[in-house]
Design a binder for this molecule. Structure first.
Ligand SMILES: NC(=O)c1ccc[n+]([C@@H]2O[C@H](COP(=O)([O-])OP(=O)(O)OC[C@H]3O[C@@H](n4cnc5c(N)ncnc54)[C@H](O)[C@@H]3O)[C@@H](O)[C@H]2O)c1
Length: 485
């Protein structure tokens, strides 16, 4: 699929990175003299974040090409994302140029934070294909995209965007600033008042968010959080208890503080004091690392944005499962996160098993024992493991797991994994026996023909003798001593 990106600033750069990292070629037009450098820097940060975020092998990135005009960028494009500055006259001008050169079926999504589709479509040749596709920064990490405009084009846009890991939320009725920015605007106005009135500094306000309700919002949003706040009596109780407060003078929402020089100076100075020690790119990397940690915590509970990461990883594994994959299989990679390191400064013991377990999952998906298969009531359980720790591994190292199938029968498979470091040396090996099980009955069950055929295909690729440590347990030191005595 060919993607065109018109505008490669903060948001356009994030879109370009997301599409390219998902394996799509992206043609970009942005007249800014430094656009290539800026997009290059965003791309580097995005690639760094994706390597940390996903444990599955990432697809080869698509090619980013720089077009000399809008016409050149959108020629032959399936999907165009417009991310030029937020001025309606400019957007109309750009949309007309896109329409003049893009194929008739091309869908055009606008990143606009505030304009409605009906405003964007004024004067358009094919208005129904122009949509709002409003993301949040950083676009390469945050999944949500508000899709406004409806119709078949919106349905198709949602498919395209979901395929690159977005969570499209279709908004049925167009309103100024859609939903996310309406909510944020309310909080932003309050925050500006609190600074203007000298009640709180920018740092105090940020602390109240990041040490408090910000942590809740990432995982349960507003309503589910308040439902819990209502205690056992739930939402009704919450509304009863705090409802009257809505009429008290808690907020200043209807007033907008004058953004005069004095207020701008105050906010800018406080913000410099709070965050000026870091460059914007540094702040972006800190933000991305924190977001990756949140995503991974949510992935462990298969909740919210974490579920998207898991679904993306399943897709990456399935892509790897195509016949092009060589043998021994290399289906799993991980960059050792800081949290995997223990007091010795090396990857801690149980993380080796995690790397092997994740590699085993990748192999199972590869042979067809995937989520859909597990939903039929069958799975594979590991019943025996032998790990050898051969070298120290540090945080930040890229590890690749190489897998051989040492044997299988009607119910079992015996896998051998080797954790390879970047220089190809072996950091650890793991040998694992897996049993095919009927999960409801809780007992071993014969594998169906399709799984056996996939295993047989791998077995046919297996060459050479099994490693000499295969099938060997831990040496019995006591027994050696006894023998020597
Ligand atoms: N910044 C955010 O947090 C955010 C979030 C969501 C949506 N948006 C929306 O995304 C859009 C872009 O915002 P941004 O923050 O990326 O702005 P930006 O200023 O960082 O980037 C805009 C880019 O458009 C380029 N541009 C200007 N004229 C152009 C033209 N004729 N053709 C092609 N490119 C042109 C500029 O050179 C610049 O690189 C806006 O509509 C904005 O409302 C912004």
């Amino acid at each position: 699929m060919k993607i065109a990106a018109i505008g490669g600033g903060v948001i356009g750069g994030g879109w370009i990175a997301r599409f390219a990292l998902s394996g799509h070629d992206v043609a970009v037009f942005d007249p800014h003299p430094e656009a290539q450098r800026i997009v290059g820097e965003v791309m580097a940060n995005a690639a760094r974040a994706w390597e940390k975020l996903f444990q599955a092998p990432l697809p080869d990135p698509g090619r980013i090409t720089w077009a000399g005009s809008i016409a050149e960028a959108v020629a032959g494009a399936d999907y165009v994302q417009e991310s030029v500055p937020e001025r309606l006259d400019l957007k109309h001008h750009i949309l007309a140029e896109i329409e003049a050169s893009a194929p008739e079926g091309t869908i055009i999504g606008s990143s606009t934070s505030g304009f409605k589709p009906s405003e964007l479509r004024v004067g358009a040749r094919h208005p129904a294909r122009i949509l709002v596709a409003h993301p949040f920064n950083p676009v390469y990490l945050l999944p949500v995209v508000e899709v406004v405009g409806g119709g078949a084009a919106a349905g198709r846009a949602c498919e395209i965007l979901a395929a690159v890991g977005m969570k499209p939320v279709q908004i049925a009725r167009e309103i100024d600033a859609h939903i996310g920015d309406r909510l944020l605007e309310a909080v932003w106005r309050e925050a500006l008042w609190l600074v203007k009135d000298g009640i709180a500094t920018t740092e105090e306000i940020d602390d109240i968010i990041r040490f408090g309700f910000g942590l809740r919002w990432a995982q349960m949003g507003l309503f589910e959080t308040y439902r819990i706040a209502g205690g056992e009596a739930g939402m009704r109780h919450f509304l009863g208890q705090f409802g009257p407060a809505l009429k008290w003078p808690w907020t200043k929402l209807m007033d907008v503080p004058e953004l005069d020089e004095a207020l701008i100076d105050t906010i800018a100075a406080q913000s410099d004091a709070q965050s000026g020690a870091h460059s914007i790119r540094e702040l972006e990397r800190i933000r991305d690392d924190n977001l990756v940690g949140i995503f991974q915590a949510l992935k462990a509970t298969d909740w919210g944005a974490g579920r998207i990461v898991r679904e993306m990883e399943n897709g990456f594994y399935a892509r790897e499962g195509r016949p092009a994959t060589g043998y021994p299989l290399r289906l799993h990679q991980v960059i050792v996160p800081g949290g995997w390191v223990d007091y010795n400064g090396h990857m801690t013991e149980f993380r080796y098993l995690q790397a092997f377990g994740d590699a085993t999952d990748a192999v199972l998906i590869h042979i067809g024992l995937d989520e859909a298969y597990r939903a039929t009531g069958f799975s594979a359980y590991t019943v025996e493991t032998h790990i050898r720790h051969l070298a120290e591994v540090k945080a930040g190292e890229r590890l690749t797991v190489e897998t051989r199938l040492l044997g299988h029968d009607g119910k079992r498979m015996r896998l051998h994994h080797a954790i390879l470091r970047a220089d190809g040396s072996v950091a650890a090996t793991g040998e694992h026996m897996l049993l095919h099980v009927d999960t409801d009955a809780g007992r071993a069950a014969p594998m169906p023909a399709a799984l056996l055929a996939a295993l047989a295909a791998l077995a046919a690729l297996e060459r050479g003798p099994a490693p000499d440590h295969a099938g060997v347990g831990i040496r019995r030191i006591g027994a050696v001593a006894e023998a020597q005595a």
